[in-house]
Each structure stands twice: as C-alpha cells, then as structure tokens.
Write a protein that binds this ligand. Structure first.
Ligand SMILES: Cc1cc2nc3c(=O)[nH]c(=O)nc-3n(C[C@H](O)[C@H](O)[C@H](O)COP(=O)(O)OP(=O)(O)OC[C@H]3O[C@@H](n4cnc5c(N)ncnc54)[C@H](O)[C@@H]3O)c2cc1C
Length: 264
C-alpha cells in the first residue's frame, strides 16, 4: 500500500516542477499505476487544477492535455474520425471503463511502459510531447530518453493525412497485450510501430515503397516480413519471442492492407 505524507494541488506548472525536483515527491496522473507500488510518497503533486484536462482540435492537429483520461481519448469524436477509430481501438481494451476514466494520458505517456497500447498507437502518428522544462520533443525521441523530473504538459498530434490501423492481441480481456501493432501510411510513406514485445514501442519508416499497381499480396508480405525483422522480441510469462515475432508479422501485414485500402 502507498502512503502519501502531503498532498499539494499546485496552482502553477512552475510550482509542480519545483516540487518534482525532490526525489521522494511524485507527480500524480490518475494514480492507477502508482497505487500498485508501496514506496512512501513524501509530497504528491496534483496537476488537476491546471486546466490540462482538455483535448483541443484545430486545422493543424490535436493538443491533448496530460490530465485527459484514456476514456476522453476513446470518446473524442475528432480523434475518432481523423484517425479512423485507431486511437479508440488502442485504448478500448485497457482494463475497463472505470479504469479508463481514471488513467491519464500523462501517466501513460510519461511512464513509457513496455506493454503500452497508448505509446504504440501514438508512435505511428506525427506526435510530439510538450514538457515544462525541455519544451517540445518528438515522441520517438522522448520514448528513448531517461526518466527525469520534468512535467509532461501535453501530447501534440499533427493532422498530416495519415491513415492508421491499430491492432493488439490479448490472451484474455483486460490483460496486458501480448503484442501491439500500429501501421500508418502517409501517401507512399509507411510507419510501423510494434509494442508489448514486451519492450516499449519503437517505430520504423519505409519510404518510396512500391507504386500502387505493384502492391500484390506477395509484396505486402515481403514488407511485413522486413518490418517485423526491424524489432527485437522477448519472452515472458505471456508469450515466447518467436510467437510475438509471428504475431507482429501477421498484424503488420493486416495493418498494411488496411491502410492501403483501395490502393491494394
Ligand atoms: C492493472 C493495470 C493494467 C493495465 N493495462 C494496460 C494495458 O493493457 N495497456 C496499456 O496501454 N496500459 C495499461 N495500463 C497502464 C495504464 O493505462 C496507465 O498508463 C497507467 O495506469 C498510468 O497512468 P496513470 O494516469 O494511472 O498514471 P500514474 O499512476 O498516476 O503515474 C504513472 C507515472 O507517470 C508519472 N506522471 C503522471 N503524470 C505525469 C505528468 N503529467 N508529467 C510527468 N510525470 C507524470 C507519475 O509520477 C508516475 O511515475 C495498465 C495499468 C494497470 C495498473
């Protein structure tokens, strides 16, 4: 069980950042992951009074406040329409509605978990994170950075016309995924993100792939085979590395077909 000695609902991000520089202090998202631990928290830093619980949409893209919940992502009509249901599909299988009403985007992205559906999906999009101290950083770069004491303010997703497909596989409903795959396409450029390997999601790009007329099943299989080989897979209690690699191949292939749509 966690004990919290002091709870501070901060009034500014500067106050949150300053408090977060002390190692025994902790920023709270939805507290869903944190509550699984047992180390005492000296000061819990609550960001809920900073207006970071909004998803803003304009012609350029989406700005998602770190205190938005996974349920907010799931239910946002603009995200749903623009990304063809992929964001909804990525979060829909995470535990249950009550859980998703609590877990936040900030906690999910800052945590950079090896099983993360959220990270896998966002990685295939043109996505950046806005940090209080460091400023705007591409998500791909942020995923590789060491955990530090910065504050994640927003997740920024550009509207660049990408088509995206998201798929995951679980042994049982509400469990962690055994594999998570997102495939996105921007004209002739393909982005493949594979997570829950069980390592945090990574993304690869393939530009200038075959013209539409040449995209036969065999060529798609060759692309999926190449793409799955760009990632490392591990074994754990849920699956072996060989099984995960095979699943990645199958889901990448399906994803490529989906984002090709009528061009296949
Ligand atoms: C039982 C269980 C099952 C889960 N299953 C899945 C799953 O299948 N798929 C999936 O993708 N995810 C899954 N998750 C993860 C979940 O979706 C959230 O990502 C996770 O709970 C963290 O979100 P939170 O809001 O609870 O963050 P918290 O637990 O509050 O915080 C997590 C970490 O992020 C830090 N943090 C939070 N917000 C910020 C911020 N704005 N700036 C800086 N640091 C911050 C905290 O200090 C802490 O270190 C699961 C979690 C649990 C507990």
């Amino acid at each position: 069980m966690r004990t919290i000695n002091k709870f501070v609902k901060v009034k500014t991000l500067a106050e949150a950042y300053e408090l977060n520089q002390k190692r025994s202090n902790v920023v709270l998202g939805g507290f869903m992951w944190l509550k699984m631990g047992n180390q005492a928290i000296q000061t819990a830093i609550d960001l809920s009074g900073l207006g970071l619980d909004q998803i803003e949409e304009n012609d350029e893209g989406f700005q998602i406040g770190s205190m938005c919940t996974l349920r907010d992502l799931e239910r946002h009509e603009g995200l749903d329409e623009y990304f063809q249901g992929a964001v909804r599909e990525a979060v829909h299988h995470i535990v249950g509605v009550q859980f998703r009403n609590g877990a936040t985007v900030g906690g999910s992205v800052f945590g950079r978990y090896g099983f993360s559906d959220v990270l896998t999906c966002l990685m295939a999009l043109d996505c950046q994170v806005e940090l209080y101290q460091r400023g705007i950083v591409p998500l791909k770069e942020f995923a590789q950075m060491k955990h530090d004491n910065d504050i994640l303010m927003r997740v920024l997703i550009k509207k660049d016309g990408r088509k995206i497909s998201y798929q995951s596989q679980r042994h049982a409903k509400t469990d962690f995924p055994v594999i998570a795959v997102a495939v996105a396409r921007k004209e002739n450029q393909f982005f493949v993100s594979v997570g829950a390997r069980p390592m945090k999601a990574g993304v690869i790009e393939k530009s200038g792939w075959l013209p539409a007329s040449s995209r036969s099943d065999r060529e798609i299989e060759a692309l999926a085979d190449w793409a799955k080989d760009q990632f490392i897979y591990g074994s754990n209690m849920r699956a072996t590395s060989e099984y995960r690699e095979h699943l990645a191949y199958v889901y990448i292939k399906r994803g490529v077909k989906e984002v090709l749509g009528n061009d296949h």
